[in-house]
Write a protein that binds this ligand. Sequence first.
Ligand SMILES: *Cc1c(COP(=O)(O)O)cnc(C)c1O
Length: 392
Amino acid sequence: MNIHTKAVHAGDRKRQPGTPIPVTTPIHTAASFFYDSMESIDKVFAQEMPGYAYSRYDNPTNAALEELVSSLESAHGTLATASGMSALQIAITAALIDRRKHVLAANALYGATVKLLQQVFEPFGTTNTFVDICDLDAVAKAIEAEKPGVILMESISNPLLRIGQIDKIAELARAAGACLIVDNTFATPALIRPLELGAHISLSSATKYLSGHGDVIGGLVCCDEEHFEPVRALSRIYGPILGPFECYLTMRGIKTFPLRFERQNRNAIAVAHHLSSHSKVENVYFPGLPSHPDQSTTARLLPPDNFGAMVSFEIAGADKRAVFQFFDKLKMIVPATSLGDVHTMALYPAIASHRDIPPKQRARLGIRDNLVRVSVGIEGIEDILADLDQAL
Ligand SMILES: *Cc1c(COP(=O)(O)O)cnc(C)c1O
């Protein structure tokens, strides 16, 4: 089924005998549920009968969102979590439980993900290796040398928007018995469905494109059959579930997500091309430009003429002060953390997402001090370009 169709139908309108069918799933606030007989409760607790017992385990509003997202991501099952970070924590933990405690991670990852690996997992005995995930030979060598339990990558990396060969890495992971976890926040299931490419777990920050209106913090862990039960079982103990109100908001957001994202993708192409020919701009990083290093992977894995809606660029010769001036001059574009919202947003990686990475390491990763990251919104394109122009 088309993603636009799934977005407005999947998960909703559950039939219950004798009751009217709500057109959208209500917010179920009950913390616990009971049944007409103790026998039924017993069966629900034993997971022999489908049903709800306690909202940390499961809740009808959460279940509706989870069914919707499973449909978008081609997942066996999905867990909605309190944030993208809790999605990462629970996915990595579940995958490592019965595997070697070593994570092979992409060297370009969301800042807090690196902290999670180094400041939380490492002290508990997990070791990490970081690799250029777009260098398939290097990935193969690292798998051979390190025998990782988990391979962790982002489908489109932040902030330089590199695209790794998920399908090939999945083959290597499977041959080595490792679990491939893909953070699909930037690409979204509209562009890439990692599970269809052989990944075991695809997770997202629902805070970003899927909710899309800057009013939810949430995460989604989309699993294949092997990993869904361990993730769900761990969630019952850890309890990092998304509240029913946020589930409702996320589901509401997803209904227009494919529509919004189409326009954001189109606007991003225009922004990238405009900036490429701008005299004040040094380099533009965007998977749709001929200068992008992952052309062939992009052509292979992404639908034609869709490259996501993130554009990064370097302001020619700018130091930190000049970059600050650019941000202070923006009139419409919102200079806030986060991405994927309906409004265009700009972020300065050196002081925000990549602040805690030492300058030398940042430089090695190609993240220069004149780099700006833009999350392109759904506004009229002429207004986005005009604001960028007057601030440059
Ligand atoms: C924002 C983000 C996260 C973390 O998500 P939260 O909802 O803020 O916890 C993880 N990965 C990527 C790629 C992100 O952009």
